[in-house]
Design a protein around this ligand. Structure first.
Ligand SMILES: NC(=O)c1ccc[n+]([C@@H]2O[C@H](COP(=O)([O-])OP(=O)(O)OC[C@H]3O[C@@H](n4cnc5c(N)ncnc54)[C@H](OP(=O)(O)O)[C@@H]3O)[C@@H](O)[C@H]2O)c1
Length: 323
């Protein structure tokens, strides 16, 4: 089955996820969709110092939004902030230091952030593909800690702040690679069998899609969406998938093309006409499963994912955070 899924997915990717795929899809984009002024609205973007996150921050800053860059390296964040300021003239760019693989730090950060700021849109963009099974200081597998648990805690902790605002949105940056994975909840940290970083990453990205669907059902005041950027030439692709990058480098999207749907989902009034909880590719909702791929999960497994993440996340709530 996985050979079937991987082959169907790769052929689809060659047609749709490349630069040519973007250019073809862009012919149907409505230009006016991004003709908005978002001054006064606050956007939090994780991993905003690089790649798709930085391209998103820059585009929203151009439209006047206040940008909260959530990054783990002061040096990389400040450098990107300077670049965004000089390109846009927007002075409302703030840097927040946070390691998205550190659950306790995320709880603390979110509590402090809520007490000092408002938030209209959360963009969960930070992500990693660690190819060897490595653990954080808390003993968490690194892909899971960053891509799933970190994103879960940040979102969960910020939901009350988002619920206070008009037209609040959460945009989750997943990956088309999730299409090859069926949700598995019995081994969230890949303790059994041979570890495969690409598959661990794809499983995390499937989990992000499931979480988006579940949150959309339980939080009707917020518009949730999840998307995939296609295949874009970014530092993550160059360092985590060097062979793929070498073969595909002339066909990859630019960072701006990869970010296009994130930007559209974050600022366009056209988005809220769609129901909350959908998966988007090139400004269009698309199925979350490949045909005949047997990747559908049961409602019980989906609830179990939520329950397990909730239980695990609570272990890291600092005593100072009253939730
Ligand atoms: N490029 C593609 O083709 C593609 C395809 C599908 C999905 N995506 C998704 O797009 C998102 C952005 O990736 P990208 O391709 O733009 O790569 P990128 O340029 O390497 O950006 C990844 C960002 O995430 C940050 N990050 C990673 N781990 C973190 C942590 N523990 N704490 C805080 N920040 C962390 C990185 O920070 P540092 O700079 O400090 O490392 C960086 O800012 C990811 O979620 C990725 O899975 C990308």
């Amino acid at each position: 089955m996985s050979l079937y899924r991987n082959s169907v997915w790769f052929v689809k990717g060659l047609r749709e996820y490349t630069r040519a795929g973007y250019e073809s899809a862009a012919k149907r984009f409505v230009e006016d969709d991004l003709g908005v002024d978002v001054a006064g609205r606050h956007y939090m973007i994780t991993g905003a110092n690089s790649g798709i996150g930085k391209a998103t921050a820059l585009a929203i800053a151009k439209k006047g939004g206040t940008i909260h860059m959530v990054c783990r390296s002061r040096e990389r964040a400040e450098e990107a902030k300077k670049e965004i300021e000089s390109h846009t003239g927007n002075q409302n760019i703030l840097v927040h230091l946070l390691d998205m693989s550190n659950p306790k730090e995320i709880w603390e950060f979110a509590e402090k952030f809520k007490s000092e700021n408002k938030l209209n849109v959360l963009i969960n963009n930070a992500g990693c593909m660690v190819n060897k099974r490595e653990l954080t200081d808390d003993g968490l597998e690194k892909n899971f800690a960053t891509n799933t648990l970190g994103m879960y805690i940040l979102t969960k902790a910020l939901l009350p702040a988002l619920e206070k605002e008009e037209d609040a949105r959460v945009v989750n940056v997943s990956s088309g690679g999730m299409l090859v994975q069926k949700l598995t909840v019995s081994d969230l940290q890949f303790e059994c069998g041979t570890f495969d970083g690409t598959m661990a990453y794809a499983q995390n990205k499937r989990q992000q899609v499931t979480l988006t669907e579940l949150w959309a059902k339980s939080h009707s005041k917020i518009h949730f969406s999840v998307m995939h950027p296609g295949w874009a030439d970014t530092p993550a692709v160059r360092s985590s998938m060097p062979d793929f990058h070498e073969k595909m480098k002339n066909r990859l999207r630019t960072e701006e093309q990869g970010a296009d749907t994130v930007i559209w989902l974050s600022i366009s009034p056209a988005v809220v006409k769609y129901p909350s909880g959908l998966f988007f590719q090139d400004r269009k909702p698309v199925p979350t499963h490949l045909p005949l791929a047997s990747t559908h999960s049961s409602p019980e497994d989906e609830e179990k994912l939520l329950h397990t993440l909730e239980e695990l996340s609570q272990r890291f709530v600092p005593v100072t955070c009253k939730l």
